[in-house]
Design a protein around this ligand. Structure first.
Ligand SMILES: [Zn+2]
Length: 283
């Protein structure tokens, strides 16, 4: 049984602020904590019956997990030029997807630690066929289009509550209590990892009964609201993109996987447009 793990960093046990993930000396500590939480999920997955585990590092530059400290039974997708963003490596051969260290969406109803949707610098809101989604729900729809059900999530308490509104069946391991967007009441990482291990095992044991999250037949429409008008405008270089407001765009694709790639393309453009598209490259 093949299990896919999408790993992020904001919901990792021990993380409470953005500075911890950005300050170079602190960042090295948190890479280790991230790798350890992922290892707990891998161990739980194998204990639950997995025979293969692929981990996709999905935070920031997507090269955070320390490969030499990773459980050697797993393989790691690392590096950031990925057409499939946080899901690179996922296909129909997997029997479940787990989300380790993820976080609540931008503008969610409860305060969650370092909440954002994919790229805090540019995305204000993301809707799929009219429904507001965070990263976990969006990625679950893409996995669902491949017949892969979501099984497990870990992160702060508000994130777990937010996701379980859409995915009530997933096992949720709480790593901390969200106090503010940049504050948390942390569990000790060993305590959090025990819960990750146990819930990941329970989730994989139930994988055969789990149901994929499916968007349904027919075309898929994304509505993206960006933080700045320059971010929205530059995505209209793509002929498929319609400007629906000063900061809002819409596009429609034939299916969820194509729509996900298109969304990622728009976010890449929007990120680079923040301070002028050629500002950061030696073109
Ligand atoms: Zn992240």
């Amino acid at each position: 049984m093949k299990i896919f793990i999408s790993a992020d960093m904001e919901g990792i046990s021990g993380v409470a602020t953005n500075q911890q993930l950005k300050t170079p000396s602190e960042y090295q500590r948190f890479r280790k904590l991230m790798t350890a939480d992922v290892n707990a999920a891998i161990e739980g997955a194998f204990n639950g019956g997995a025979t293969e585990v692929v981990v996709a590092d999905g935070h920031g530059n997507m090269s955070n997990i320390i490969i030499e400290e990773l459980d050697p039974r797993a393989r790691l997708v690392s590096g950031n030029n990925r057409v499939m963003c946080q899901l690179e490596g996922l296909d129909e051969s997997f029997e479940g997807i787990m989300f380790v260290g993820h976080h609540g969406r931008e503008g969610g109803s409860d305060v969650t630690v370092i909440s954002h949707t994919l790229a805090g610098i540019c995305v204000e809101e993301m809707k799929i066929n009219g429904k507001v989604v965070g990263e976990t729900e969006m990625n679950s729809y893409v996995a669902g289009a491949m017949g892969v059900p979501p099984l497990f999530i870990s992160g702060d308490d508000a994130y777990v509550k937010e996701v379980q509104e859409t995915l009530p069946e997933v096992e949720g391991a709480v790593t901390k209590r969200a106090v503010d967007r940049f504050a948390a009441e942390l569990l000790h990482p060993e305590v959090a990892r025990k819960e990750i291990r146990e819930k990941a095992e329970a989730a994989v044991k139930k994988a055969k009964q789990a149901k994929p999250l499916v968007i349904g037949e027919g075309p898929v429409t994304f509505d993206l609201k960006f933080k700045g008008p320059q971010q929205a405008k530059m995505t209209t270089t793509l002929p498929t993109v319609e400007l629906t407001g000063p900061k809002s765009i819409r596009f429609t694709c034939d299916n969820m996987v194509t729509a996900y790639k298109h969304m990622w393309g728009c976010v890449i453009i929007a990120m680079t447009a923040t301070n002028g598209v050629l500002g950061s490259v030696n073109a």
